[in-house]
Design a protein around this ligand. Structure first.
Ligand code: SAM
Length: 311
């Protein structure tokens, strides 16, 4: 064998980098994971989501160093519910897309109709306003509400405003608590509001809500399939989450949510939530806006509270 260096043209060509073929869950694995996700969250994973699920699970496999989808399933289901891997798993399989002033028409209603009505409906003195952003993701909806309230009621000292944001994902909740938003999330926020209600963090394309807004908001982890132990709200946002649920899960969630809306209070849903059939006990104002009647329409509905909110 010659020790002479080979002429360049004779060198073995470098093997092209071939993308690793994407590992896919098998049909049986898809069924088992879909069942697990459904039982845990109410989210329905259809067989068409096979590639998406495989990609998302693939990231957990890489993070944990586990070799196969089957092993990861065994590992996960052997952990207590409180184990952080469950949070990481849920964070991975859920969609968190959100931004401030999403669905601008809804926010026009909030500013021009809802807030003036809630102010007019309460006697002089300290006024109250309770809002729930259910499935709040990183808090963008809750902070949009806080911003509109701060702009509408300059004298906030006469108001007791509580905006609760909840989400199943602890990662999303922790992010919401930082009250920080990137440029993309802020793209629909009017310029005058940006500088008035947010601080631009130095050396970062990140805006942080000022204390005037954060004072109104709290965030905590909560699964919508379970009841929320809270006093009723004047308004609940339940947007872009029920699209992932099947009718029985939607019914469970809506029963919990509706029981926490004050008589005459409102429910705002996403435009494509598919809840129309489950809303016969509420008054439909828009495809995305429902009002709870002032008197319970059916036996067993909670006694109306003395507070009433007119449109
Ligand atoms: C697409 S985001 C919607 C955020 C916001 N409501 C909006 O419309 O911009 C959906 C959120 O629903 C949350 N989610 C999914 N299943 C849930 C459940 N069972 N309970 C509570 N939150 C859930 C996800 O973690 C995710 O953050």
């Amino acid at each position: 064998m010659s020790l002479m260096p080979k002429p360049r043209s004779a060198l073995k060509p470098i093997a092209p980098i071939i993308a690793q073929p994407l590992r896919q869950v098998t049909d049986e694995e898809l069924r088992r994971y879909a069942d697990l996700i459904y039982r845990r969250t109410g989210i329905k994973i259809s067989p068409q989501k096979k590639t998406l699920l495989s990609n998302r699970l693939g990231r957990r496999l890489r993070e944990t160093g586990i070799a196969t989808f089957e092993e990861y399933y065994r590992y996960l289901t052997g952990l207590p519910n409180s184990h952080p891997e469950w949070d990481a798993f849920l964070q991975e399989i859920t969609t968190h897309e959100t931004f401030l002033f999403r669905d601008e028409g809804q926010w026009r209603w909030f500013k021009n109709q809802f807030l003036p009505a809630v102010a007019a409906s309460q006697p002089e003195g300290i006024k109250q306003l309770r809002i729930w952003s259910a499935a709040c993701s990183t808090g963008d909806e809750a902070f949009t509400a806080a911003l509109c309230i701060a702009a509408a009621f300059p004298d906030l000292s006469r108001w007791r405003v509580q905006i609760l944001g909840t989400d199943i994902g602890i990662g999303a909740v922790q992010q919401a608590r930082t009250a920080t938003f990137g440029e993309r999330a802020m793209r629909l926020v009017p310029e005058e509001y940006k500088s008035r209600y947010f601080d631009k963090l130095p050396n970062a394309e990140v805006w942080r809500a000022k204390p005037k807004l954060t004072a109104m908001t709290t965030f905590r982890q909560h699964n919508l399939m379970e009841p929320l132990r809270e006093r009723p709200f004047h308004l609940v946002f339940l947007k872009n989450v029920l699209i992932y649920f099947d009718p029985p899960s939607k019914r469970v969630v809506l029963n919990h949510v509706k029981s926490l809306i004050l008589p005459n209070g409102y429910l705002v849903v996403g435009a494509a939530e598919g809840v129309g059939d489950l809303m016969s006990d509420m008054t439909r104002i828009q495809p995305w806006l429902y009002q709870r009647p002032s008197q319970p329409q059916a036996k067993g509905v909670a006694k109306p509270l003395s507070h009433s909110l007119t449109r």
